[in-house]
Design a protein around this ligand. Structure first.
Ligand code: AMP
Length: 176
């Protein structure tokens, strides 16, 4: 695969209606992850806008974000910072809660996950309502990371998640 060619990555995403609950069309990225060329092109293109910009760490949101963040970090020569669900990280954390359709969820990252002022890229699989990314960005700012961008594989534009992360350079490879 050369740098200029572009695979149709959308064709590797499976729509699963009514998962995990009625009315949601779940974007299943496992066929894309399972294909070596599609996976490589995905992380390469997710990393591309930030090549050479001195990113020290790529923060990935549990759990599909981890898989993409690891690949993107390797492309950028950066480390990985896991942003995890509550109670999974063993040392002192910063936490942010956000609303789900029913109830709330909490994300956490280690307080010393990256040096103060380090350039950080946030990565996740899907931007939907934006609550998850907004919470993760709040944590990274409290840690002292300088978040220079947010890289999603998929953006569900009709949910207007971008409005929740205004001020950040947010990109997505695939839009619906
Ligand atoms: P949100 O906070 O609404 O932007 O939701 C984003 C998070 O929920 C991401 O971490 C996604 O993994 C997951 N997510 C939300 N909607 C979908 C969807 N339709 N298909 C797959 N994952 C989704």
């Amino acid at each position: 695969m050369t740098k200029t060619s572009a695979m149709d990555l959308k064709s590797f995403i499976e729509d699963v209606p009514d998962f995990p609950q009625k009315g949601v069309i779940f974007k299943d990225i496992t066929p894309l992850l399972a294909d070596a060329k599609a996976f490589d092109e995905t992380v390469r293109r997710m990393a591309e806008p930030w090549e050479g910009s001195g990113i020290l760490a790529v923060a990935g949101i549990e759990s599909r974000g981890f898989l993409l963040a690891a690949g993107v970090a390797l492309k950028l020569g950066a480390g990985v910072v896991p942003v995890r669900k509550r109670g999974k990280l063993p040392r002192a954390v910063y936490a942010e809660s956000y609303s789900l359709e029913y109830g709330t969820a909490t994300l956490e990252a280690h307080q010393d996950a990256c040096p103060n002022g380090a350039k950080v890229l946030l990565v996740d699989d899907v931007l939907a309502t934006g609550g998850t990314a907004q919470a993760a960005l709040g944590i990274l700012e409290r840690i002292g990371g300088r978040v220079v961008g947010v890289s999603f594989l998929i953006e569900l534009g009709f949910l207007k998640g971008r409005d929740r992360i205004k001020g950040y350079d947010a990109r997505a490879l695939i839009a619906y």
